[in-house]
Design a protein around this ligand. Structure first.
Ligand code: ME8
Length: 520
């Protein structure tokens, strides 16, 4: 099936509770997955938790819990987050599941059979927080005089027997792969970053550890556990049936269409992962998109600063659709962004309440009051009517193109332009003035508006699923007529349809007084 679409989030470490960064990546993937489904594509959407490695083991110890019990508990929080965000994932993978241990040992064996794994000993720097090895030349010294990784994570010296993956032998093949697949790494700036890193030469990669136990045992040498990143990356194929490459899911969905990740884990996904796969005789994914990082009111988010944003609290404060919309709209996908409560309120009031919400409410209330609660029959269309309806159809094309490039913010820009055009159309056509002078024309204007709102709501579904559904309910659009194939004349509303009592779908929100005062 050529139009099948497989999209994944990173699997999240269970060392700590979910925060806004996790919610962001997951929402972005959900928006893209919903979009593709509405566009008629068979979609597989995967998320889950990364449960092995030293970082998780230490965290379990700090909590005084056995590692598996600890993982069960924190993994459950990530599931709850997915539910609270109304995420439409098809599967939720945990790396401590049997299916995953099998897949990870199988890929190891394929890589070993290919001659890419050898036993040696590692001595060098390791950052537990990043679960990453670093060369001396990559380290810097922090304000307190300690050596730190480029991410700022503390490093420790490690010396132990280790299996290695012959990554050095893959540099040329990786570069050839990037050249042949210009869309593999996005955005473009990230592609350049990765290519220059690989051009600089690659060292062989340590892929097993002997100084802790919380991992997948290396086949044939249980003194070693696998490096957590080899284990973690393999989740993307475990979940579609690997090592059974004849599994219908594997056959339909591999290679993955899109791994969405944060910019912090680019190297693992665009250097190690395709090399592991090619070594094992498997195809690399089609695309890896790295998004940026959020700061909180201008400050880096960190536990020590105490400014971690709890996504559950955001949903309670602003509402789920509002939170989803803000995160997707505020920042061009791929760039860093700043979270501020004031900015959330401005987006909600400006675009959701005054823009989309008000458009539906003013149109449908007018119909309820003046047309006996049913949709008027349209007469002949005027130029302005045709223009607005044409813009709705063009909006679909623009959004499809943008979403295909993960330009999520741009898709929402097209959508907002359509909302603005519809609001302007009401003011220009002034149906209230036509009520006495030309009721036939008034009916046509209201029908054009209602059918435009229908299309706006259909297009809004991936982003604000609950509010879009309420708006479509108010237009009496049946559940099976809400796909993107109904954009344009194919789904046009029938005149005479009885409409339910209109209600607003997005109330305005206010900042608590002291915050508004302090900042305004
Ligand atoms: O890295 N802004 O897991 P993790 C935006 N287990 N996104 C952020 C963010 C921020 N401030 N902080 C985190 C891991 N993220 C590995 C992945 S995949 C095979 C294994 C998001 O729990 C972003 O998507 O540290 C980042 O890539 C992810 O959380 C890291 O989550």
């Amino acid at each position: 099936m050529t139009d099948a679409f497989y999209i994944t989030t990173p699997i999240y470490y269970v060392n700590d509770n979910p925060h806004i960064g996790h919610a962001y990546t997951t929402i972005a993937c959900d928006v893209i997955a919903r979009f593709m489904r509405l566009d008629g594509r068979p979609v597989r959407f995967l998320t889950g938790t990364d449960e092995h490695g030293q970082k998780v083991e230490k965290s379990a110890q700090n909590h005084g819990e056995a590692p598996q019990a600890f993982c069960n508990r924190v993994s459950q929080r990530f599931r709850q987050l997915a539910e609270a965000l109304d995420i439409s994932n098809d599967d939720f993978i945990r790396t401590t599941e049997d299916r995953h241990v099998r897949a990870t040992q199988a890929i190891w064996q394929r890589m070993a059979e290919a001659g890419d794994i050898y036993l040696g000993s590692y001595s060098g720097w390791y950052a537990v927080r990043d679960e990453a090895f670093y060369g001396e030349d990559e380290l810097t010294v922090d304000a307190a005089g300690n050596r730190v990784a480029p991410s700022g994570a503390p490093v420790e010296w490690v010396e132990e027997p280790s299996y290695f993956f012959r990554l050095s032998a893959w540099a040329e093949r990786l570069l050839a792969f990037y050249e042949a697949n210009p869309g593999f790494i996005a955005p473009e700036s990230r592609r350049n970053e990765v290519m220059s890193f690989v051009r600089g030469g690659l060292r062989d990669l340590s892929i097993s550890r002997t100084t802790y136990k919380w991992g997948v045992p290396v086949p044939g040498d249980p003194d070693h556990v696998m490096y957590v990143w080899l284990d973690a990356l393999t989740n993307y194929i475990t979940a579609i049936g690997y090592p059974d490459t004849d599994d219908p899911l594997y056959r339909t969905f591999w290679p993955a269409d899109l791994h969405v990740i944060g910019k912090d884990i680019l190297r693992f996904h665009t250097v190690y992962w395709p090399a592991f796969l090619m070594s094992a005789g498997l195809e690399p994914p089609k695309r890896v998109f790295a998004h940026g990082w959020w700061t909180n009111e201008g400050q880096k988010i960190s536990k020590s600063l105490g400014n971690v944003i709890d996504p559950f609290e955001l949903i309670d404060t602003f509402g789920l659709d509002q939170t989803r919309y803000f995160l997707m709209r505020e920042v061009p996908f791929g760039n860093d962004g700043d979270f501020s409560r004031r900015a959330v309120v401005m987006r909600i009031n400006g675009e959701l309440a005054n823009g989309f919400g008000n458009l539906g409410l003013r149109t449908l209330s007018f119909i309820a009051r003046n047309c006996g609660g049913s949709l008027p029959e349209p007469g002949a269309l005027a130029e302005a009517d045709r223009q607005l309806l044409a813009q709705a159809e063009a909006c679909m094309g623009g959004m499809r193109n943008a979403m295909g490039r993960q330009a999520v913010h741009q898709a929402l820009q097209y959508w907002n332009d359509l909302v603005s055009a519809a609001n302007k159309y009401i003011d220009d056509q002034a149906p209230w003035a036509l009520r006495k002078s030309d009721p036939g024309r008034m009916g046509t204007v209201l029908w054009v508006l209602a059918d435009t709102i229908r299309q706006i709501a259909i297009l809004a579904q991936p982003f604000v699923p609950a509010a879009a559904a309420r708006q479509l309910d108010q237009l009496a659009v049946p559940a099976d007529a809400r796909g993107f194939d109904r954009i344009g004349a194919a789904g046009a509303l029938a005149g005479g349809t009885a409409l339910p009592k209109p209600e607003g779908v997005f109330p305005r929100v206010e900042l608590p007084d002291e915050e508004a005062g302090a900042q305004g």
